[in-house]
Design a protein around this ligand. Structure first.
Ligand code: AP5
Length: 218
């Protein structure tokens, strides 16, 4: 299975990718996670990406494409992958197409996670991430509660808010999505790859919808 999860910030791409990884045994390739890892390690690439990320803008295409080329070439991606947060504009989509043509492994489907703007805002402002294990919670829809005690993290998850989940940055991210990422909907529709899923339901319902949508193309 080679799929892209396409959707606005907060539409649930990361949450659903994790479930798809468990169900299908293929890796999630999240450019956001790869970039955050580089920032946390303080690599040169991370330092170059940080300013754009903190202000809600896209990171330079050349940086992101280099990371994707390297990640897709790894053995665990040979049987498939879930692209989460990539591509983000037409130039990235064209580069991906060429790369996958070279490898002889074209995309099978692109799932658009469709969601109302007001819900997105609440999901993003409410998101909290465990700084140790990376598990994602939401103060409104999935508070840590009993899950605050975890084996991975010892006693309690240490929750933080992503710097780009601050209200003042969310507006910019949604603007960037409208201007640069949304044109991909028509692009993939024209390519016959687009599947649309209602992403405003609960996590399990959305997961079932995605599975039905991708099965139609396999
Ligand atoms: P990235 O990390 O990709 O962020 P994003 O696309 O803005 O997406 P998010 O991670 O914010 O949301 P999500 O859709 O994964 O939602 P989640 O599942 O967490 O990118 C960050 C930055 O990196 C970019 O701004 C840019 O600077 C840079 N970047 C990344 N890729 C790039 C690229 N290709 N090119 C250039 N720059 C790039 O869910 C959100 C919340 O909602 C959570 O709290 C979750 O618990 C909750 N939730 C999820 N599903 C449900 C549900 N069904 N019901 C109720 N709550 C739910």
């Amino acid at each position: 299975m080679r799929i892209v999860l396409l959707g606005a910030p907060g539409s649930g791409k990361g949450t659903q990718s994790q479930l798809l990884v468990k169900a299908h045994g293929i890796p999630q390739i999240s450019t956001g996670d790869l970039l955050r890892e580089a920032v946390a390690k303080g690599t040169e690439l991370g330092l170059r990406a940080k300013a754009a990320m903190d202000s809600g803008k896209l990171v330079d295409d050349a940086i992101v494409l280099g990371m994707i080329r390297e990640r897709i070439a790894q053995p665990d991606a040979a049987t498939g992958f879930i692209l989460d947060g990539f591509p983000r504009n037409i130039a990235q989509a064209e580069a991906l197409k060429m790369l996958l043509e070279e490898l002889g492994t074209p995309l099978e489907s692109v799932v658009l996670m469709n969601l109302d703007l007001r819900i997105l805002f609440k999901r993003l402002t409410g998101r909290r991430v465990c700084q140790d294990c990376g598990r994602v919670f939401n103060v409104y829809t999935s508070p840590p509660g009993a899950a605050a005690h975890s084996k991975e993290c010892g006693e309690t998850h240490r929750l933080i808010q992503r710097p780009d989940d601050k209200e003042e940055v969310i507006g910019k991210r949604l603007e960037v999505y409208e201007a640069q990422t949304k044109p991909l909907i028509k692009y993939y529709e024209a390519a016959g790859l687009l599947r649309i899923v209602a992403a405003d339901a609960d996590v399990d319902t959305v997961f079932n919808s995605i599975n039905r949508a991708v099965q139609r193309t396999l």
